[in-house]
Design a protein around this ligand. Structure first.
Ligand code: RIB
Ligand code: CA
Length: 312
């Protein structure tokens, strides 16, 4: 697994904020080791209007002048089933953000914007995908010639076992199974953090209490966490998307395996299931590096430090 992240390695984020996405965006854009050049909101947790507005809000809050190019408002073939029950109607309930100053660029598609970054980059680009894979799939499909200049695609998605979207499907892959299948058949360097790892690395009350004391930033995160229904303060908060950023920045806190990930798209009851074939039943070549566990205290230490860094 290519673990080094060069200071000059540009990053593109495809995201559906979403409270855990907001945290992941804050951590990625605050890191000295990442050069986030483009953020593409996609429909997922909530509709594209809200995921775009939420991206504008979070980048304005942290005073990050990063290009925002909205992507798809629907999955490739299926109807959007949002997660507003988890993230609230607007997708980022709980905090009264200042009026956004950043304006989204709607003159190009997300795929075109990704193509522009990748083809002008001096260094291979890391794509961080923390929502449905619709725009990543469209980009791969339309600009296949770009693939040699993509270092890796790091995704939060999939499930080793039962899902949170369907019986056997996780939200990001289950929302757009056809897109996920295109990505897993691309031959790219793919790294995956399945939902169980997010549940393993819950943000517990003591950590939330520490974050609350980090000034304006801590207050904002704490207010968002209070509305987030991906877990709770008491039982622990599932910061799924932050784990994808952690896999880029501190990969050594994870145990990973190279294995086959196949996406079911035909099953009337199982579409969106990610068959993470740890025992080789499918007899297919490995196509992804999958995190199967994380060092909890190392993640928590990193998470608190990284949140503090957003304060700088
Ligand atoms: O299953 C969790 C994923 O779905 C996270 O990315 C969360 O933000 C939602 O998009
Ligand atoms: Ca997300």
């Amino acid at each position: 697994m290519s673990n080094t992240i060069s200071k000059k390695s540009p990053v593109i984020i495809s995201t559906d904020p979403g409270i855990d996405d907001a945290v992941a965006i804050a951590l990625a854009t605050a890191s000295d080791n990442l050069d986030v050049q483009l953020i593409c909101p996609v429909a997922g947790n909530v509709g594209l209007e809200y995921t775009t507005l939420n991206t504008q809000k979070i980048l304005t809050f942290f005073e990050k002048n990063i290009r925002i190019v909205p992507g798809s408002r629907q999955p490739l073939l299926r109807q959007l089933k949002d997660a507003s029950s988890v993230h609230g109607k607007t997708g980022m309930e709980g905090y009264d953000f200042p009026e956004p100053t950043l304006v989204p660029d709607t003159s190009v598609t997300a795929a075109q914007a990704m193509h522009e970054v990748v083809t002008t980059s001096e260094f291979p680009v890391t794509l961080i995908a923390i929502g449905p894979l619709t725009d990543i799939a469209l980009y791969i499909h339309q600009y296949h010639q770009d693939l040699p200049n993509i270092d890796k695609v790091v995704m939060m998605g999939g499930a080793l076992g039962r899902g949170n979207f369907g019986v056997l499907s996780e939200f990001n892959f289950g929302s757009d199974p056809e897109a996920a299948k295109i990505v897993f058949q691309s031959g790219l360097n793919l790294q995956v953090v399945p939902m169980e790892i997010g549940r393993q690395a819950k943000i517990m009350p003591a950590t939330s209490a520490k974050i609350k004391d980090f000034g304006k930033v801590g207050d904002m995160f704490y207010q968002l966490f209070s509305k987030y229904r991906g877990g709770s303060f008491r039982t622990g908060l599932n910061m799924y998307d932050a784990l994808a950023v952690a896999l880029v920045l501190v990969p050594d806190i994870f145990e990973t395996v190279d294995t086959t990930v196949a996406i079911e798209t035909q099953g009337r009851l199982t579409a969106g299931a990610s068959l993470i074939d740890l025992k080789g039943y499918l007899h297919q070549e490995a196509n992804a590096t999958v995190a199967i566990s994380v060092d909890l205290s190392a993640f928590e230490d990193w998470f608190v430090r990284a949140i503090q860094e957003t304060n700088n």
